[in-house]
Structure formats: C-alpha cells, structure tokens
Write a protein that binds this ligand. Sequence first.
Ligand code: NAD
Length: 476
Amino acid sequence: MKRFETLYINGHWVASHSNEQLEVVNPANGEIYASVPSADNEDVNTAVQAAKAAFEDWSQQPAEVRAAAIHDIADKMQARASELTDAIVASMGCPVSISAEMQVQSAIDAFRSFAALAGNVDDIHEYPSHIEITEAIGVCVLINPWNYPLSQLVGKLGPALAAGCTVVVKPAEQTPIQDIILAEIINQSSLPDGVFNLLTGVGSKIGGALCSHNLVDMVSFTGSTQAGIKVAEAAAPTVKRVCQELGGKSPFIITKGADFAAAVRYGVEDVMLNTGQTCSALTRMLVPAEHLAEVETIAKQVAGEWIMGDPADAKTNLGPLSSHKQQARVLEYIAKGIAEGAKLLCGGTEVPEAFSKGAYVAPTIFSAVSNNMVIAQEEIFGPVLCILPYDDISQAIEIANDTPFGLASAVYGENRAEAIKVAKKIRAGQCYLQGAFFNTDAPFGGYKQSGNGREWGKEGLKEYTEVKALFVDDCP
Ligand code: NAD
C-alpha cells in the first residue's frame, strides 16, 4: 500500500492539521491501494492564502510564460504517463485498454491545447467608445469527481493557468493519486510556488470552507447535481462565480430512416464505456416502436461483446464500478427497473461468482421503458441502458426533453440534415450526430439541472476571466 502523508501547499509538501488519513480502495478486489491525508478547514485556509499571495505576480506574467509552464507540465506528465494510468486503473477500475488513451493521453493533449489559448487573454480590443481587456478572475477552487479524474482536472487547471489564475484543487475521495502525481510534477516544473495547491479530503467536510472562503473568486465544480447545489449555496454569500458541471440522463433519438445496426451499436457502446460512468452517457435510447424488436436484438448482441474482467488485464474493456458503494447504488436501480415492469434484455442484479470481490455489474439493458419510470428519470451512473419506444418524431423530442437534466444528447437520422433538424429541438449542451464523438476543442456543459458552465476550448477559458472596460478620452 502506498501511504501519502502530505498535502501540497505553496510549493511545499506539508502535513495536514487533521492528522487523518483517507483510504483509497481498488474496486476490482476490495483491497486498500493507498492512503492520503484528509485535509481540514485549517488546511483550506492555508492553501487559499497561498493561492491569494501567488496571484498578484502570476496573473501579471505574459502569455508566453503561462504557455511555457503548461508545456513544461505536459512534457513531465508525458514522461510519467504510465504511472498516471496505473493510478487510475487501481483507484477507479477503468480498464488499462481505455485508461491509457482516453483517461491519460487525451488529457495530456487537451491540457497542452490551453497553452495556445493563453494569448487570447492578453488581447486588447479597442472600440470607438472604450477599450476592453481581459484579466484572470483570481483564486479558483477546482473540485472534481472520480470518473475521468485526470481529464476533469486538466479541463479546469489548463484554462486556469492559461488565464493567469491560481488554484486550490480538491480531487474526489476515491481518486486522489493522479492529482498527487501531478503535484509532484508541478513541484519540479517552472510554475511559481503557490499557483497550484492540492488538498486531498472529503468534499462534505471541507467543501463548505473552500466554497465560502472570502479570498476565493471562483469555484469550478464537477460532480452530482446534489453536491453542486450545496457548492452554490455555500458560495452565494460571497457572490463568487460558480461554474457547475453536473449530472445527466441524456437521450439518443434514432429516427425511422437510420441505419439501425450502426446506430444501436453506437448507443450501446457509448453507455458501456467506462462501465457507464460517463456524465454525458446516452442512457435513454429512443427508437421507433415498429423497430423495437430489431433494436432489442442488436442491443443485446453488442452488450454481449463486452469483456468483463480485471482492469489491469489488457483484454478487459468492462471493469468494475469505481467503488462498492457505487455498485450497490447501481444494483438498487436495476432492481427498481425490474420492479417497475421494464423488460430486462440482459444483465441484471446477479454478479458473476468469479468477480464477487470486485464492484462489478454486468452490462444491463432494459427495453419497453416508459419515461416516467425511475430508471428513465434518475442518473444511474453504471452500465445500464434504457430503450424507450416512440410513435412519431414529435413524441420522441418531447420524451427527450422530459427530464430535469440537459447535458448531452444524440441523433442518428437518415442523414445529417435530418439529424440537425431534430438536434435543434433538444434542450441540451451537446448533440452528437450520426455517431460522432466528444472532442475537447468544443465547449462542454449543460442546460437545466446539468449545470451552468462550459468547459474546454475558448469557452472554457472564458470561465476563468473577467472583462474590464477602460474608458479613455482619446479612443480611436
Ligand atoms: P459527487 O458530487 O459525489 O462528488 C464530486 C466532488 O464533489 C468530489 O470531489 C466530492 O468530494 C465533492 N463534494 C461532495 N460534497 C461536496 C460539498 N458539499 N461541497 C463541495 N464539494 C463536495 O459526484 P461523484 O459521485 O464524484 O461523480 C459523479 C457525478 O459527477 C455524476 O452525477 C456525474 O454525472 C457528474 N459528472 C458531471 C460531469 C460534467 O461535466 N457535467 C463530468 C463528470 C461527472
């Protein structure tokens, strides 16, 4: 077991005031993989003070210096890519076949992309009436979940550094190790002390102190809608900016003229990826009622192709859920779906004997689901797909929008033009057309209770900036 005993504050490794440790459990076998300090409110205050002190100088550095620091960190991440992958495999159970590329390499590439955007912050825009400049917003608290732990970290850290902000980072309890590796990397990098500070700890214990601190200018939060509401409540009295990236229950409309073999395969694979623990997973598949039987046959066949196993084995593409707690939650939802009368096509509440020590759940597909069932309304966050039949496209759009969430959506139509027509009627931050995939150049964020922020690319950078108007009497 690896035991980490220090937090990273102001360029130094320091003991937590709490003297408490948090255990990190490998969900594939239930064994303790590591332990990390559980920070307390005093640690929060020390880290925020350090970030505040570093802001004045860091925010005044030119774009080239900020960009160079990002490249320097990215180079060092690249050199330790396999360690980052191992940490994610062991702490959240994401198979190595997926972790190495999707969780780590894409994250390093995406982090580097923010170096090219740093110059946007230094641009000066002159208008006949005034001049506009952009400045770093200040001290940012970055709170992340466990499902794509490194991507979510760099999706916040990249724009924060590019803009000239300083940060206090709090990873999820289940997955702190890649953040500790990143702190070790930053400790060896050109980034000045105090710009990056890392607190491992329990969100419900230190979240209030982090979000309500009067020296914090912004909180960027990714996680559940319930915790996102608490973050916003804690931040409200100090009127700081709160960017929320929350849960989803995303619809995927397949229209009558679509290629069903391709569309259904795409939809099933999208949900099973990362064992269903993707916020934008297309968990409600809406299909024409007259094609339901055909869809069920294809869906069942594709689900059967997933190889459940040890996440450290290169052949595995379906690992355990991130924790036994998450497994219990998902199994409870599956039991609810069965009790609600949905048709169970495959999977279910049985966990194969060979995997009984791990937090495994078999790929599970329900058909004949109606949108008022709990399994169609609530985010399950596991390898569970609901197939909902519809009669005509207007009913499909109505069902797609009948959810408190609005994170992602997808349409597979007869052609791109039809898909775009339907996409414009869906209330969600993204719509993937004809089998397209996520990329980090495009803005990512939700409508409704899926949040109010936009991460990645130019829109992601804007979250970390303020715009200042300069009024001068000799404007051009
Ligand atoms: P969670 O809300 O339980 O935890 C997320 C983070 O919030 C953790 O670091 C946790 O310690 C912290 N936290 C918990 N309570 C807090 C509080 N009161 N104050 C401050 N911080 C607190 O979520 P999770 O189970 O780790 O992640 C799964 C959820 O995240 C799902 O709902 C998923 O959809 C969502 N998610 C959203 C996106 C997105 O971009 N929209 C991306 C990934 C995950």
